[in-house]
Design a protein around this ligand. Structure first.
Ligand SMILES: Cc1cc2nc3c(=O)[nH]c(=O)nc-3n(C[C@H](O)[C@H](O)[C@H](O)COP(=O)(O)O)c2cc1C
Length: 211
């Protein structure tokens, strides 16, 4: 398995993880780093990734995630949690960080900051959360590709009750709302109904249009 396409053929939304197998720390770190490096709208990175290590927390989450076994049986459980709103502070922090790291202020960039400040904080928190959540989905996509690259199995999940997960993880106090779960681990071939089934995708002609 050498090409990225081979690895994307190999990956699938794993239904049964082997609880005895742990993803090595360096692989986990590279998957998280890929997410940190991926693109977000205006570079605001309006979400965070929680690595839920506490088994008791994972036990509590599972019944609120359609009782999906991967929540407790995977090696690691990632939670993608988006900002509940775009505030002046949050926008300024990202622009200030950029100026600090690049070591200069740029007129065009500052004008862009003012444009966002005039736009985002005026919108409803829900509209801003929805926009932030879309950025978290880009992170999920990147994590799926990075996991495949590391030959680590993953199950993207939106089958859970976000309000319950927010409560369990105390996300509201941090201005965050859970968007997606991503168990990472290694497939347990016995007991996984999906593992040997053909990957089904629409043919390219139905999917890509050249105009
Ligand atoms: C945003 C998103 C949410 C998903 N939620 C779940 C889920 O809660 N449980 C699950 O078993 N699979 C879930 N899936 C997996 C999809 O069903 C799966 O990716 C799709 O059928 C394509 O198959 P493959 O990923 O195995 O190639 C989700 C996938 C995505 C992208």
């Amino acid at each position: 398995m050498t090409t990225l396409i081979d690895k994307l053929q190999w990956r699938y939304a794993t239904k049964k993880m082997n609880p005895a197998l742990r993803v090595p720390q360096d692989k986990l770190d590279r998957i998280l780093e890929a997410v940190r490096l991926t693109a977000t709208s205006s570079g605001l990175q309006p979400y965070e990734v929680l690595v839920v290590n506490d088994p008791a927390l994972r036990e509590r989450i599972r019944p609120h995630a359609w009782n999906q076994a991967q929540v407790t049986e995977a090696s690691h459980l990632l939670v993608f949690a988006a900002w509940d709103n775009y505030t002046v502070d949050r926008i300024n922090q990202m622009f200030d960080l950029t100026n600090e790291q690049r070591g200069f202020k740029n007129e065009g960039w500052e004008a862009y900051r003012q444009k966002l400040l005039a736009m985002y904080p005026q919108r409803s928190a829900e509209e801003n959360y929805q926009h932030a959540a879309r950025q978290a989905y880009i992170g999920l996509g990147t994590a799926l590709i990075a996991a495949a690259e590391e030959q680590v199995d993953a199950t993207p999940m939106e089958g859970f009750d976000p309000a319950a997960v927010d409560e369990i993880l105390g996300l509201k106090a941090h201005g965050l709302r859970s968007v997606l779960l991503l168990p990472l681990g290694y497939r347990q071939v016995e007991g996984d109904w999906l593992v040997n089934l053909k990957k089904v995708r629409r043919p390219k002609d139905d999917f890509v249009t050249e105009v």
